[in-house]
Write a protein that binds this ligand. Structure first.
Ligand SMILES: NC(=O)c1ccc[n+]([C@@H]2O[C@H](COP(=O)([O-])OP(=O)(O)OC[C@H]3O[C@@H](n4cnc5c(N)ncnc54)[C@H](OP(=O)(O)O)[C@@H]3O)[C@@H](O)[C@H]2O)c1
Length: 274
């Protein structure tokens, strides 16, 4: 039996997890951890070559069955393909909705197409895949969904960034749906990391050179904390004491002061050219 999320355990010896955004950063760390803990996997991302290479690595190292599902979750076709995988065939014990992006520019300078793509990936795909997987989970009275959100969702920390709005939605959604699913023995949890070393910032064109080392989290540690919180039945998980404190501060700092602070600190903003 896997040591990972006990609430997910269905009595089967080979539980199945679906991880989106599985080829890099937090998603890849989830996939490694779950394979090590005895899960078979379905890995989702856009780059099919990278997916295949990673699937081979995981199945050779851990002896698990690892399936790949290349899909762009910001598109109708990509999202529908993953929905079909979640609703048909072998039931899924754990869904990790991890794929997500940030935009490089402020809302004043983005295109409406980029903003719509952000919403389709960070919000709509999370809603659709959770909606697809829950009926089987509630019927089986077992299973879990982890939606990877962010501490950025606890406040409008950066003028003009709509990323935090998408993550506020993910956290609120998970907390709400998690309460509804709990009586069925199913867990839904928002995992809200702070700055974590991955490919994320480079992809978004975010300049991190001025950020101090202590601000960064390690993806494996984020996952350890998240899985521990899932086992405890938490609806929202904020890994690392630094970020737990930051969330308390965000919740209690008057908004005008917060906005003044975030305008004047490059630590929270850390982007150039906007
Ligand atoms: N890193 C941080 O500091 C941080 C902090 C808080 C929250 N988060 C959240 O953590 C999650 C994972 O971020 P990360 O830092 O691990 O990012 P990352 O290193 O950039 O990895 C992103 C993964 O998502 C996939 N992906 C990107 N766009 C996709 C799309 N349209 N459809 C399907 N897959 C897609 C990428 O593969 P392909 O390019 O091949 O599709 C890759 O596997 C995100 O939701 C992010 O918002 C990150």
């Amino acid at each position: 039996m896997p040591a990972t999320p006990d609430p997910v355990a269905t009595g089967r010896t080979d539980p199945l997890a679906v991880v989106t955004g599985a080829t890099a950063g937090i998603g890849a760390a989830f996939a490694r951890r779950l394979a090590r803990d005895g899960y078979d996997l379905v890995l989702v991302a856009r780059d099919a070559t990278r997916l295949d290479g990673f699937a081979t690595e995981l199945s050779e190292r851990h002896g698990r069955s690892v399936e790949t599902l290349p899909a762009d979750l910001s598109t109708e076709d990509g999202c529908a393909a993953v929905e079909r995988r979640l609703t048909g065939g072998r039931p899924v014990d754990l869904l990790v909705n991890n794929a997500g992006i940030a935009l490089t520019r402020s809302f004043l300078r983005t295109t409406v197409e980029d903003e719509a793509r952000l919403l389709r990936l960070n919000v709509s795909s999370v809603m659709r895949l959770t909606h697809a997987v829950l009926p089987t989970m509630t019927e089986r009275r077992a299973g879990a969904v982890i939606n990877v959100s962010s501490v950025a969702g606890f406040g409008a920390l950066e003028a003009g960034s709509t990323y935090s709005a998408t993550k506020a939605w993910v956290t609120n959604f998970s907390e709400s749906v998690g309460q509804a699913a709990r009586p069925y023995g199913v867990r839904v949890m928002a995992l809200c990391p702070g700055f974590t070393r991955t490919e994320f910032h480079q992809r978004a064109g975010i300049n991190t050179s001025s950020m101090p080392g202590w601000i960064w989290l390690d993806a494996d540690a984020v996952i350890d904390d998240g899985l521990r919180d899932l086992r405890k039945g938490r609806l929202v998980s904020v890994p690392d004491w630094k970020y737990k404190l930051a969330v308390v501060a965000l919740r209690h700092t008057p908004q005008r002061l917060l906005h003044r602070l975030t305008r004047s600190t490059k630590v929270l903003v850390g982007r150039g050219g906007r």
